[in-house]
Design a protein around this ligand. Structure first.
Ligand SMILES: *Cc1c(COP(=O)(O)O)cnc(C)c1O
Length: 468
């Protein structure tokens, strides 16, 4: 038996760990299940390390074991889904939860969550009501649509539209719009999931009205236009406008659907963002049905919105899939509150964090960097160097893919360490800090940083520097 094997006997028994004063004191505020699991996992990890001949011999002192168990208890007690600080500057970061919600939306969630509500109860008539009714009128006001409904997300909105309008028949889509967005949403796959036969028309770079016209036969139940949210086809290109498709569809009695991806309700060009059609403008082309997300440029909770012609929307509502995709009441509360802010565009721009971040001018970002720099420099003294650099942020969420929002950032350069070790340390602070690397520097983009996170951010840097 090797020397390391004989050390196994020194590992403390689980009960000895649980009964020692340090751990027993934690029994009041922690479930026994967690304490036991922490003790078992810690001992198991030390045992494995002992048996791995190449690894250094672990510290077997009782104090060290207890310290590790305490650390493990912390880890196991912490929620899995939790707040992070986003300094990537990407406003609608899909991996970081897309749009942060407005205060109005948070209040609405809390109010609705802690009591009963009229979710599906019509207070005027004293009878059963419809959950979508809480946002339908608002959506119509804000987009000019005749009717509106909401489901779980935009992927659901597209799938429901396809299934309800064209299941068992075919739908026309331009080859230039055969998109894939992240998370396995691909037009051909969504079509087949909806039971719809996809008929591709035109070519990758050019599709003409005549391509759609020539493909129409009695089996065609839908014409679909897809917003190429996350890429652009440039050069020798041509696509068919919404007006042209709507006119063609109406002539043949075929509904026309546009998957808009991001639901822009306000024109943001006055704030330096590129021209992007609003939902109102798309509906004005005569398109029958528009679908979009609640948590992209709209800046609300995850939801899928469908606005357009009432007769078509009624068909969607009656489809069995509508029930399977129904929007949750907390989301609905947040969504209604977000939409209400849009009734006054200035309130929306100020109160909806995503809109506020997207429209923050570069000189304001520079001011924030100037205020932040001394605090960060102090936190990382001696280990890293920090300076203000021109930088740009992206919108994210597959919206406006080529847009670079001009701004400023603080660039942190390690003096002796690798940049990856800093990024890793910051991911492990509480709350974790997520930044982006650019040319061996970490950039802190103040666009997506909330004021009340500044102290936590500095504490995280100070911790990371202390460990280095
Ligand atoms: C983002 C996007 C979707 C999916 O929307 P989710 O709300 O994420 O389900 C569908 N189509 C387009 C064009 C998109 O940009």
């Amino acid at each position: 038996m090797s020397n390391r094997h004989s050390l196994l006997r020194q590992l403390p028994a689980i009960d000895k760990i649980l009964n020692c004063p340090e751990i027993a004191a934690l029994a009041k505020s922690n479930p026994h299940l967690i304490l036991r699991e922490a003790a078992q996992k810690t001992v198991e990890r030390i045992r494995k390390q002992l048996l791995a001949e190449q690894a250094p011999v672990p510290d077997l002192s009782f104090e060290s074991v207890i310290e590790q168990v305490q650390q493990k208890i912390k880890e196991l007690s912490r929620p899995s889904l939790r707040k992070v600080i986003n300094v990537t500057g990407t406003v609608l970061h899909t991996n970081l939860g897309r749009a942060p919600l407005s205060n109005a939306a948070l209040l609405a969630i809390q109010e609705t969550a802690r009591s009963y509500s009229n979710l599906e109860y019509n207070l005027d008539l004293g009878e059963r009501g419809q959950r979508f009714s809480h946002v339908e009128e608002l959506l119509c006001k804000l987009t000019g649509g005749e009717a509106a409904t909401v489901v779980n997300n935009n992927a659901g909105a597209v799938l429901l539209s396809l299934a309800a309008l064209a299941s068992g028949r075919s739908a026309l889509v331009s080859r230039g719009e055969m998109i894939e967005i992240g998370g396995s949403f691909r037009i051909p796959d969504v079509m087949s999931a909806g039971g719809v036969k996809l008929v591709e028309v035109g070519t990758t770079n050019k599709t003409h009205l005549s391509d759609f016209h020539d493909a129409i036969d009695p089996d065609v139940a839908l014409i679909m236009k897809v917003h190429t949210s996350n890429y652009r086809i440039l050069g020798f290109t041509d696509s068919v406008s919404g007006e042209q498709l709507a006119e063609l569809g109406h002539k043949h009695g075929i509904p026309v659907l546009e998957d808009l991806g991001s639901g822009l309700l306000l024109d943001l060009t006055p704030y330096g963002l590129p021209r992007e059609p609003t939902v109102r403008e798309v509906l004005a082309t005569g398109i029958d049905l528009v679908t979009f997300s609640g948590d992209k440029l709209l800046g609300g909770p995850q939801a899928g919105v469908i606005v357009g012609r009432k007769t078509v929307i009624d068909r969607l509502r009656r489809h069995p899939m509508a029930r399977a995709m129904r929007i949750d009441k907390l989301t609905l509360a947040a969504f209604e509150a977000t939409l209400r802010l849009y009734l006054d565009p200035q309130k929306a721009l100020k109160g909806i964090p995503a809109l506020n971040m997207l429209t923050t001018p570069a000189d304001e970002l520079k001011k924030r960097c100037t205020r932040l720099l001394p605090k960060i420099s102090k936190a990382i003294e001696g280990k890293y160097r920090a300076e203000i650099v021109p930088s740009s942020s992206t919108v994210g969420g597959g919206a406006l893919p080529l847009t670079e929002l001009p701004g400023w950032a603080i660039a942190v350069t390690p003096l002796n360490l690798s940049i990856n070790s800093l990024i890793t340390k910051l991911r492990r602070t509480e709350p974790p800090v997520i930044g982006r690397i650019h040319e061996n520097q970490m950039l802190i983009d103040p666009r997506t940083l909330f004021d009340d996170e500044i102290d936590q951010l500095c504490a995280a840097f100070s911790q990371a520097a202390g460990e280095s």
